[in-house]
Structure formats: structure tokens, C-alpha cells
Design a binder for this molecule. Structure first.
Ligand code: LMR
Length: 396
């Protein structure tokens, strides 16, 4: 049965974890996967999460099946977080939200739903994009193409290219857009540029999916969510995939969501019924724990405040590490101007290093980033940064 099965290549991101785990180098540093580590190099278990778990354990609940679309209080808390509790779109019941298995799970539900809705549509992702975007939409049966986003020679955004490629897209094309903290480049478009993108999406009748895996990591919860408000104001129907992996440091719990903004309440009810079929036929219904924790934190004013403080601490520490990286590279003898690292935002820096240089970093120094040159600056700390800078200096 399996004699013709070929060995698949390692995953370009999560595959690095396997390689890193097997690496014997005592100085090894994992800047591959997008995971935040604290100042001591430890994966944090947030105080708000610990407090919520304690509360949940004080009144232990049996673990029956959840509804197909997840915990109702969780879905509601996601809507309020992403769209605003006072937003008309929320109050009017025009949003269909389902609990998803992380942001990836949310995207996959969207992909499966869209494949049934518009099977011939093409998907456009940014060039470059999160490595899994292409794979995920291809696996769902779509032809995946790219819109320009980044100019490697100027190490900056190619906004004109982005706009031109979206303008050239056929109606119905699915446009996957990064709401904030663009992965992998770390370059976001400005609010004024979003207005232009939204105008083109509307004019060309594209189907937008906002991938929001890093809300709170650029400027703040509300600031990073402002783009969602712009889409709502435009009157477009659209998708938002939410992840709490990074913002709650709940990577392994797979807590995320998919929200679909519809034109009417009736439409939202119909869309929800279809999303539930996608879920039921894939994994039946979501798990209980992570969603319960996040719902509790988002709904409890004290825990919510604690979460926002912890999130802002993570955000600020990453920014400090960016500045230290720029200084450290200079001190280590890197001649080229690396100050672009502090204009990038979020967890990643697109370093501009070539695949060969990234492979050397990994093999000779145990410093892991993706082949594309992406490094997770959220994994840097005062103990490993000098070593990372010296290693980079040796390969550039
Ligand atoms: C990343 O880009 O490293 C993260 O989003 C983790 C993942 O699933 O790829």
C-alpha cells in the first residue's frame, strides 16, 4: 500500500524545531519558529492564564463535547475583542464566529468553506508570506499565486506592486492579508495604505481574509485591530482568522477562531451553519481547555487588565531586543546598515541574509532561523544576543 509513498520534506518552520532539538551545540539558539521567550529564555506561562486556570480548577467541570462552533462565551469574547463590544456589526449579529484550532485552524475552515462557495477562485498571498499559507490553501484545492509585498533589493515594502497586483486580480479572488506584524517580513502597511488596499479589494470584488495571528504585538490590542474596523466601515464581507497562540502564550492549546463578517444577521446564521459542517467533518468540535481559559481572561476585568499588561511587556521587550540587535551587530563588526530591524515590527525580522548564510548560521553556530532569512527576535535575550550577533557577523 505504501511502497510508492515518498519522504516529504521537513516543514520549513516546525521542521527546524526537530533539527534544533537534535543539535548538540551548547550555544544553540532557536530563532526559527515564531514563539516568544522571556528575558530568561523561558516560554512564559502568563500570570493571567495561571489565575484563570486556578479559577477553573476551583469549580472543576466535566468534559463533555463542546458545541461544534465552540464555547459560546468564547466566540462572543472573540467578537468583542476583534470587532469591539460597541460596534454595530457586533450588536446587529452580522458576525459568524467559530472557535478554531489556533489561527491555522481558523484559516483552514475559511479555506474549506470558500472552496465550496467559489471552487474556481484563485488565492493570492503576499510575496513572501507565512510559509504555511501556500501549503494550506493548496491543500484545500486552490491555485495559489502571490501579490508583491517586499522588495529584497531595497529591503522595504513594495506597496505599489502590492496594489497593482491586487488591482489585476479577477473578481472573486481570495486575498490573504496580514492584519499586523507581517510574517515573515515584519513590515506592515500604514493606515492610509490600508485604505487604498480596501478600495481596491472592494472595486475588484475580492474576497479578503485577514490573518490576525499577532494582535497586540505591534502597537496594542486596539491599535492593531484598527484595520478590522476599516474593513467593517467599508461594508465588505470578509474573514478574520484569530490566534491566541502568541498573545496568550498558549501555543500548544491550539486556541484561535474564525470570524466571518456578513451583510445581514440572516446571512451570518447561514454562514455559521456551513462553517459548522466544515468543522464537524474535519475534527467534530474543538477542545475545552484553552478556549475556557481565554474566555475567562477576556471577560474578567481584572484578568483582562493583567493580560493586556503582560502582552504589552512582551511587545516592549521585543522592541528592546530589536534595538540591541542593531547595536550588537554593529559592535560585532557588521558593516552594512542593519537599522531596518527597528523599523520592522512584531516577532520577526527579515534579515536579508541568504539561504546559504542561514544554513551556515545553523550548521556552524547552532543559530536557527528559516531559510528565507527570517529570525524570531522574540527569542532573543541578554544572554544569547551577543552570540547571535557574533555568529551573524561571521557569515555576512
Ligand atoms: C511561525 O510562523 O513561526 C508561527 O506562526 C508558527 C507556525 O505555525 O508556523
Amino acid at each position: 500500500l505504501f511502497s510508492a509513498v515518498e519522504l516529504a520534506p521537513r516543514d520549513p518552520i516546525l521542521g527546524l524545531n526537530e533539527q534544533y532539538a537534535a543539535d548538540q551545540n551548547p550555544n544553540k539558539v532557536n530563532l526559527g519558529v515564531g514563539v516568544y521567550f522571556d528575558e530568561n529564555g523561558k516560554l512564559p506561562l502568563l500570570q493571567c492564564v495561571q489565575a484563570a486556570e486556578k479559577k477553573l480548577m476551583d469549580t472543576p467541570k466535566p468534559r463533555g463535547y463542546l458545541p461544534i462552533d465552540g464555547i459560546a462565551a468564547y466566540d462572543d469574547a472573540v467578537k468583542k475583542l476583534v470587532f469591539g463590544a460597541d460596534a454595530a456589526v457586533y450588536k446587529d449579529g452580522r458576525i459568524a464566529t467559530v472557535q478554531g484550532l489556533g489561527g491555522t485552524g481558523g484559516l483552514k475552515i475559511a479555506a474549506d468553506f470558500l472552496k465550496r462557495l467559489n471552487p474556481g477562485a484563485k488565492v493570492l498571498i503576499s510575496d513572501p508570506s507565512w510559509e504555511n499559507h501556500r501549503a494550506l490553501f493548496s491543500q484545500a484545492g486552490f491555485e495559489v499565486d502571490t501579490y508583491r509585498y517586499y522588495n529584497a533589493s531595497t529591503r522595504a515594502l513594495d506597496f505599489d506592486g502590492m496594489l497593482a497586483d491586487l488591482k489585476a486580480a479577477a473578481p472573486g479572488t481570495i486575498a490573504v492579508l496580514h492584519a499586523c506584524c507581517h510574517n515573515p517580513t515584519g513590515y506592515d502597511i500604514t493606515a492610509a495604505q490600508w485604505d487604498q488596499v480596501i478600495a481596491v479589494v472592494k472595486e475588484r470584488q475580492l474576497s479578503p481574509i485577514l490573518d490576525m495571528a499577532y494582535q497586540g504585538f505591534a502597537h496594542g490590542i486596539a491599535e492593531d485591530g484598527a484595520v478590522v474596523g476599516k474593513f467593517v466601515a467599508s461594508g465588505l464581507d470578509f474573514f478574520v482568522a484569530t490566534s491566541f497562540s502568541k498573545s496568550f502564550s498558549l501555543y500548544g492549546e491550539r486556541v484561535g477562531a474564525l470570524s466571518v463578517v456578513c451583510s445581514t444577521k440572516e446571512e451570518a446564521a447561514k454562514v455559521l451553519s456551513q462553517l459548522k459542517i466544515m468543522i464537524r467533518t474535519n475534527y467534530s468540535n474543538p477542545p475545552t481547555h484553552g478556549g475556557a481559559v481565554v474566555a475567562l481572561v477576556l471577560d474578567d476585568p481584572a484578568l483582562r487588565q493583567q493580560w493586556e499588561e503582560e502582552l504589552s511587556h512582551m511587545r516592549n521587550r521585543i522592541k528592546q531586543m530589536r534595538a540591541k540587535l542593531v547595536d550588537g551587530l554593529k559592535a560585532a563588526g557588521v558593516k552594512q546598515d542593519m537599522s531596518f530591524i527597528t523599523t520592522q515590527i512584531g516577532m520577526f525580522s527579515y534579515s536579508g541574509l541568504s539561504k546559504d548564510q542561514m544554513v551556515r548560521l545553523r550548521n556552524e553556530f547552532g543559530v536557527y532561523g528559516t531559510d528565507s532569512g527570517r529570525m524570531c527576535v522574540a527569542a532573543l535575550n541578554d544572554k544569547n544576543i551577543d552570540y547571535v550577533c557574533q555568529s551573524i557577523a561571521k557569515v555576512v
